[in-house]
Ligand binder design. Structure first.
Ligand SMILES: [Zn+2]
Length: 273
């Protein structure tokens, strides 16, 4: 016992020192852990919720078609039903889920009417009708008309923007005339599948040869020949040339504007065929 006390006495200082150090280390550790712990859990919890909120924006504009398509598809009713978490990616859904084509015609959304600007009147005798294009295409179309006028050609805007409702009436007339939807589709796009919905497509005639309006024979007019040479200068191209990849009948009168990014995106599918 005495020997133990002696030994303990010798190591008393060491033991106390170890105990004190242990207490200090424990205190220091607990002091560090208290502030350290919550930030870890705080960072983890906001991150998952922050990521979905932060990620879709960079994702949604990245594919070229999604960014310009969003204003186009704003008025589609299928979007509101989707949960908020998928709202950012949902504009692509209507495109993906829309039928690929209808007897060769591709789906097009109706442009916002607030973007439409008059490009002139279709005149036939006493009948007059104002025609419209998207605001991006009107200046280019005016320049096209002027350039033709400088060469004594009078281009006639026949039909520009067309609503889905108007196209529906037009297509119904074609169905009655040709007997079936398949037959009608050779002469007219069904509602929802007309380039005219975009506000970037327009049927053009030669005012000096109105009897050739909307006919393959328009191909023989001076106006058509001039257009094939000069329209591209103003951002216009023929949508349905002979033997086009869509399989649509040759339409020498039907031109589309592709001079801006928004315009070109409308027709990206058609042009990639
Ligand atoms: Zn047309």
């Amino acid at each position: 016992m005495k020997g133990f006390q002696k030994i303990f006495g010798q190591f008393q200082f060491v033991v106390i020192s170890i105990l004190t150090t242990a207490i200090i280390v424990w205190l220091a550790a607990s002091l560090q852990l208290v502030p350290a712990d919550p930030p870890v859990s705080q960072e983890q919890s906001p991150q998952p919720s922050a990521k979905p909120a932060a990620e879709p924006p960079p994702e949604s504009p990245s594919p070229d078609r999604v960014k310009p398509a969003s204003p186009l598809y704003d008025n589609l009713p299928s979007i509101p039903g989707t949960p908020p978490a998928t709202v950012n990616t949902s504009p692509a859904t209507p495109i993906a889920s829309a039928p690929k084509n209808y007897y060769g015609h591709l789906p097009y959304a109706e442009n916002d009417s607030s973007r439409l600007v008059s490009v002139g009147e279709f005149v036939r005798g006493t009948y007059r009708r104002t025609e419209y294009l998207d605001q991006e295409a009107t200046a280019a179309f005016a320049q096209l008309i002027q350039a033709a006028a400088n060469e004594n050609l009078t281009l006639q805007p026949i039909s520009g923007f067309r609503s889905v409702k108007d196209q529906s009436e037009l297509f119904d007339q074609q169905v009655q005339k040709h007997g079936s939807q398949a037959a009608a589709a050779k002469f007219s796009a069904p509602p929802g599948f007309s380039e005219h919905h975009t506000g970037y497509a327009i049927d053009i005639g030669d005012r000096n040869q109105p009897d050739q309006d909307l006919k393959v024979a328009f191909e023989g007019t001076t106006a058509y020949r001039w257009l094939t040479t000069n329209a591209s200068t103003y951002g216009f191209e023929l949508s349905f040339p002979r033997n086009n990849a869509q399989g649509i009948n040759f339409e020498p009168w039907h031109w589309r504007y592709v001079g801006t990014q928004r315009a070109a995106v409308q027709f990206a599918s058609a042009r990639s065929l």
